[in-house]
Design a binder for this molecule. Structure first.
Ligand SMILES: [Zn+2]
Length: 61
């Protein structure tokens, strides 16, 4: 037979379910250096791995 999970147990279990801080690396562009998610093109300057420029304004591609 299984026991009913008490409200306390349920809440204790859910207390460990936390949102983690977003992973942020530095932008590879030395002129920018803004925190940006790793393996993403920088949203501020469009740089990825030092080169591969992509304008943050032109989103039609
Ligand atoms: Zn940047």
């Amino acid at each position: 037979m299984q026991h009913r999970t008490s409200r306390s147990r349920t809440r204790h279990r859910r207390a460990h379910w936390k949102a983690s801080a977003p992973a942020l690396a530095r932008c590879t562009n030395p002129a920018c250096g803004k925190p940006t998610p790793p393996h993403r093109v920088c949203a501020h300057c469009g740089f990825y791995r030092g080169r591969e420029a992509l304008s943050p304004l032109d989103g039609d591609r």
